[in-house]
Ligand binder design. Structure first.
Ligand SMILES: *Cc1c(COP(=O)(O)O)cnc(C)c1O
Ligand SMILES: [Zn+2]
Length: 416
């Protein structure tokens, strides 16, 4: 916290000191999403490669000096972060890229990258002595907030759209949240949560509006960079809904660049599903972002009105990256591939990053010589109903050896 200077509006670029406790820009209103600004020159003196070598904290709080949280409360939280970065052997050769890394965010405490934002939300609420937190979510932000809040003895009120997958819904009920299931889509859930948060003065965990949350999400980029000895790959591939995740990934690499810890910021590939791709449409047409339908199995990125458009568009633009849309079919195929070749079970929105990479290779937006990191943002067990669409359920056999031998023959297995 000591290196935080203040907020800057991503729209009008006006600066506000941190003491003001703002959510969005007082001049621009809701579209004026704020960015937290740091004193990099001062931070540089303390946050060096040496500092990380000596740092024994393994969770995301390892990076608290580069964040906007107070140090005192961090010890009690769930252990978020420190997820593995795998070097791919099998998948890389199948999709024809020389160097591929897979960041498995499904291994966070509530099984998605959202924990990095929720951990911060919980701390910020406690700093303000607030005991109830609220958000609207397609699922993961909800279960993540509920879990992280439960750990700290706080209450949560969660607004979910009607279509929220049962795995995610079940999870957040077990964390003791008050669940408001809204008869409508994500846009409707978001709208109602906004009215309710205003009315009840709950702490707002809607990630786009709350500038501290992207600061949590950026720790995934810090980890990737450290895991690669501060030599990140040419590309990092991220699936995009509201745009907070990709904005966080950019901010993380930007911080490290400003601190002189990395030489270049990776190009970011933002991936959306064809059934809901407002960012890709805007990128390809050159027109302003337009509201889209939410027609995809990748529920976590089914966001018809993205809430963090400026930061997300800037992240791709400033990193010299690109946008890609993929079919649900390719997303499901990518889930199968990830499971079969790397032992990672991803939810659809998480496998969308692999689908985006496959598509980008096809169009040669990413070349064979490029090194690539894909971020797998959430675990496949969260939505087994959709996952079952991509595989065949096995037949039930009599407990009898000859029946087994016959069955395995049909699978190409010989009994010698
Ligand atoms: C939320 C989420 C995303 C997208 O993050 P945004 O900030 O909405 O762009 C991608 N994958 C998973 C699994 C998510 O939960
Ligand atoms: Zn402004």
């Amino acid at each position: 916290m000591k290196y935080v200077k203040g907020y800057e509006c991503s729209l009008c670029h006006k600066f506000f000191p941190i003491q003001e406790e703002l959510f969005t820009c007082p001049d621009c209103g809701e579209k004026g999403i704020l960015d937290i600004i740091y004193d990099y020159e001062a931070m540089k003196k303390e946050v060096t490669k040496e500092y990380f070598l000596k740092n024994s904290e393994k969770s995301m709080w390892r990076y608290h000096l580069l964040m906007s949280v107070n140090e005192e409360l961090l010890e009690k939280t769930l252990k978020v972060g420190n997820t593995p970065l795998y070097t791919s052997f099998n998948l890389a050769s199948i999709i024809n890229v020389k160097t591929l890394y897979i960041k498995d965010e499904g291994l966070n405490p509530t099984q998605s990258l959202k924990d990095r934002a929720s951990a911060v939300a919980v701390i910020k609420a406690m700093e303000k002595n607030q005991t109830t937190l609220a958000c609207s979510s397609t699922g993961n932000a909800a279960s993540s907030l509920a879990g992280n809040a439960a750990r700290m003895g706080l209450n949560t009120v969660i607004f979910v759209p009607k279509r929220a997958p049962v795995g995610k819904l079940t999870q957040l009920l077990y964390y003791g949240a008050t669940v408001i299931k809204v008869d409508g889509d994500y846009k409707d859930a978001f709208q109602l949560s906004k009215l309710a948060i205003n009315h009840y003065k709950w702490y707002n965990r809607n990630a786009a509006i709350n500038p501290h949350l992207v600061e949590g999400k950026k720790t995934v980029a810090f980890e990737i960079a450290e895991q690669l000895q501060f030599k990140p790959t040419d590309w990092v591939v991220v699936s995009v809904g509201d745009g907070c995740t990709i904005a966080g990934v950019y901010k993380g690499f930007y911080d490290l660049f400003r601190l002189g810890l990395i030489d270049k910021i990776p190009k970011l590939l933002g991936v959306q599903s064809e059934g809901c791709s407002p960012f890709v449409e805007a990128y390809e047409s050159g027109l302003p972002l337009a509201e889209a339908e939410e027609l995809t199995i990748a529920d976590s990125i089914a966001v018809g009105i993205p809430r963090n458009p400026i930061k997300a568009i800037n992240a791709v633009k400033l990193s010299l990256g690109s946008w890609m849309k993929v079919s649900d079919k390719l997303i499901l195929d990518s889930m199968v591939l990830l499971g079969k070749t790397e032992g990672i079970f991803a939810e659809p929105a998480a496998a969308a990053s692999l689908a985006g990479l496959i598509q980008a290779r096809k169009q040669n937006v990413i070349t064979k010589e490029d090194s690539v990191t894909i971020i797998v943002t959430g675990n496949g067990l969260k939505d087994t109903q959709n996952a079952l669409k991509a595989i065949q359920e096995p037949p039930t056999l009599k407990p009898n050896l000859s029946e087994l031998i016959n069955y395995l023959k049909t699978r190409g297995e010989n009994d010698e």
